[in-house]
Write a protein that binds this ligand. Structure first.
Ligand code: ZN
Length: 658
């Protein structure tokens, strides 16, 4: 049965997830369950891929702003030169600033893109810089100090303001100083091949500069071009990794990536992406390159990023079991049999465990990956879509005890149930929603797929969520060995309704309606079951000490209500009944009760929950015998945020990039 659920939990309880807290950030660590069980070859493959990932760190810093590396060097040098440090208050402010630099991979906030404001004085920094030994004192120290303190210099990393010259006003070092948006756009227009149905990702791996002839050209990132020291080191480590590849395809993927790094040829990058999509046999996988383009005001150049991971066989087993049994779920769905599919196929989604987060995925990281980005490759070859479950597990575990459940959940038994089962039932809900929910049911002949028009996506998410909620309580999940306690589903039921009725409102500004489709769908379901269940004492909103709480009295009846609403939503979808669908969304999904909304905002603001989270990585080391043969790869979780970033600066710095 699902003993993994229980044992994971016990492990998690001992593990200290929260590492650091400063400004608007909480730093967590994550576990890498299953690493010990990998083969020695797989462990060494991961070890060298990790080294390749970390070798790219300085490139991202330099891409984010041309002063970042020099400012990091300077602030770290001052921070480490503690002998002369007299003023504790100023020193603490400097430490805070340094922690923010590491979180932002530079002098700008990773999310708002605004420059950090130092809490220490200019006089303090100038005095400390003067006291540094000569080899630590940069020639342009005065200029760097200006950039740190002058609010107008390099003010925004990526400027998206309507009407501004996005190239000239963004601090991102994708464009050399002096270039304008107009001339960069003209350059791109001049290199694009008209009618090309398989275009390369123009500008993906280069800094745009002004050539000797005064025209825009590209300084390409490659082992012979810009960032050569970092890219050479990535290539060396990829070559070592290749020796431990799990199969020939994986070897070919690595070889193509090396070719791309050595040449900077974007055609090689596309070929690599296609090979990478085709490699699904190995347990270990990774991304490494210039990938997402949010750091470029024009949205073309990729930020350096790497995530090394391996398939979580146990969790992927969950989605495989559901997919294999898709027909059973379809045949038992509480909908009119005319709307059921005679033959249904489930979708299997892969669940992975991250081993290292690097570049743009560190310290702040995504919880899923869906690549490649090139539209034509996705259309012709598909995409890989994965969930990083050890990261979501860390988020979940760290949220225990942040006061949220204590504030909003009605009583201790309900909180205990959520502590015990919410992680697994939340994941199961996602699995049921994705693997079966969206794919179930059929349209009656003649009904158009887009008959529900603007409400289509809200109603589709509603349908998939109801399918998941209804089946989460089904004993069949216990028969399949996916859950081991018939009460477990109650944790998800409570959380789902609490979120839909109250707590998701923290993301809505006072006076505004709900617009986002998933938020509408969650409120639609929650308000509908509240209206239909309250008169029969199934559930209700009750007041205790002047605060509003969700109370659920009859979970079994609640499940029947979910089933009933699923039947109706499926009817609306199958018949293309736009009027009924629109009426449901408008009545239950859009409007917010202003009094309850302001109560929720007020209670949430008192909790002091950090809006942003980042991670530290585990530390991997090779274990060797007396003859120097590698016998194991050890994982250590004890490194803290400050030590890790200082060590990365020592071990993975490329002085030539300054
Ligand atoms: Zn969905």
């Amino acid at each position: 049965m699902s003993s993994c659920v229980q044992s994971d939990k016990t492990e998690s309880d001992k593990f200290e997830y929260v590492v650091d807290r400063f400004a608007d950030v909480e730093i967590l660590r994550y576990q890498v369950p299953g690493f010990e069980e990998l083969t020695l070859n797989q462990k060494q493959l991961i070890y060298w891929l990790n080294e390749a990932a970390l070798a790219g760190r300085d490139m991202l810093w330099d891409q984010n702003c041309r002063y970042n590396l020099q400012i990091r060097d300077l602030i770290e040098a001052v921070y480490l030169d503690r002998g002369g440090m007299k003023d504790e208050v100023q020193h603490e402010a400097l430490e805070l600033y340094l922690k923010q630099l590491w979180m932002g991979n530079g002098i700008h906030h990773h999310y708002s893109m605004d420059k950090f404001a130092p809490g220490f004085s200019r006089e303090f920094l100038e005095a400390r810089v003067n006291a540094l030994p000569a080899d630590k004192k940069p020639e342009n120290a005065a200029e760097l100090i200006d950039v740190i303190f002058d609010r107008n210099l390099e003010a925004k990393r990526v400027n998206q303001a309507e009407g501004a010259d996005l190239v000239a006003t963004s601090a991102a070092n994708i464009y050399a100083p002096g270039l304008t948006q107009k001339e960069v756009e003209e350059y791109y227009n001049s290199i694009k091949v008209p009618g090309d149905t398989m275009p390369v990702s123009y500008g993906l791996n280069s800094r745009k500069v002004r050539g000797a002839d005064g025209k825009v050209c590209e300084d390409v990132y490659s082992s012979k071009g810009l960032y050569a020291p970092a890219i050479k080191r990535i290539v060396e480590n990829l070559e070592k990794a290749s020796e431990f590849a799990e199969n020939e395809n994986q070897k070919a993927v690595i070889a193509k990536l090396i070719e791309y790094f050595n040449t900077g040829d974007l055609k090689a990058w596309d070929d690599y992406s296609i090979l990478w999509l085709g490699e699904t046999e190995g347990q270990v996988d990774f991304i490494n390159g210039f990938i997402e383009s949010y750091g470029d005001p024009l949205g073309l150049t990729g930020a350096y990023e790497s995530i090394v991971n391996f398939k979580n066989n146990e969790a992927s087993h969950r989605t495989e079991v559901l997919s294999a049994d898709a027909q059973w779920f379809e045949d038992h769905s509480p909908i009119d049999p005319r709307f059921r599919k005679d033959e249904v196929k489930g979708v299997s989604a892969k669940v992975i465990t991250a081993a290292i987060l690097a570049g743009d995925s560190y310290p702040a990281t995504p919880i899923g990956i869906n690549l490649p980005n090139a539209d034509w490759i996705r259309a012709l070859h598909g995409s890989k879509s994965v969930t990083i479950e050890n990261i979501t597990a860390a988020y979940d575990a760290a949220s225990h005890g942040n006061g949220f459940n204590e504030e909003f959940v009605i009583d201790e038994p309900t909180r205990e149930l959520m502590d015990k089962y919410l992680f697994i039932t939340d994941n199961m809900h996602t699995d049921l929603h994705e693997c079966l929910g969206h794919g179930s049911g059929q349209l009656l002949p003649g009904v158009e797929a887009d008959a529900l028009k603007a409400h289509g996506s809200t109603l589709e998410e509603t349908r998939a969520d109801l399918f998941a909620l209804y089946y989460l309580a089904d004993p069949h999940l216990i028969e399949l060995g996916l859950l081991d306690d018939p009460e477990a589903y109650k944790a998800e039921y409570y959380k789902y309704l609490l979120n839909g009725l109250m707590t998701q409102l923290v993301r809505i500004e006072p006076g505004k309606d709900i617009e986002e489709a998933h938020m509408r769908n969650r409120q639609l379901i929650s308000q509908w079951v509240l209206e239909h269940g309250e008169p029969h004492n199934v559930l209700g909103l009750v007041k205790k000490d002047g605060k509003t709480y969700l109370e659920v009295n009859d979970y079994d009846a609640l499940r029947q209500l979910f089933g009933k609403l699923l039947g109706e939503i499926q009817r609306i979808k199958s018949e293309g009944d736009y009027a009924s669908g629109a009426a449901l969304v408008e009545k239950y999904g859009v409007k917010v009760d202003p009094a309850l909304h302001s109560e929720v905002l007020d209670r949430y603001s008192k909790l002091d929950i950090a809006p942003y989270r980042g991670f530290v990585n585990p530390v991997y080391s090779l274990v060797t015998d007396n003859d120097g043969n590698v016998t194991d790869v050890k994982v250590d979780y004890t490194e803290n945020y400050v030590d890790q970033n200082l060590r990365y600066s020592r071990e993975y710095s490329m002085p030539a990039l300054r």
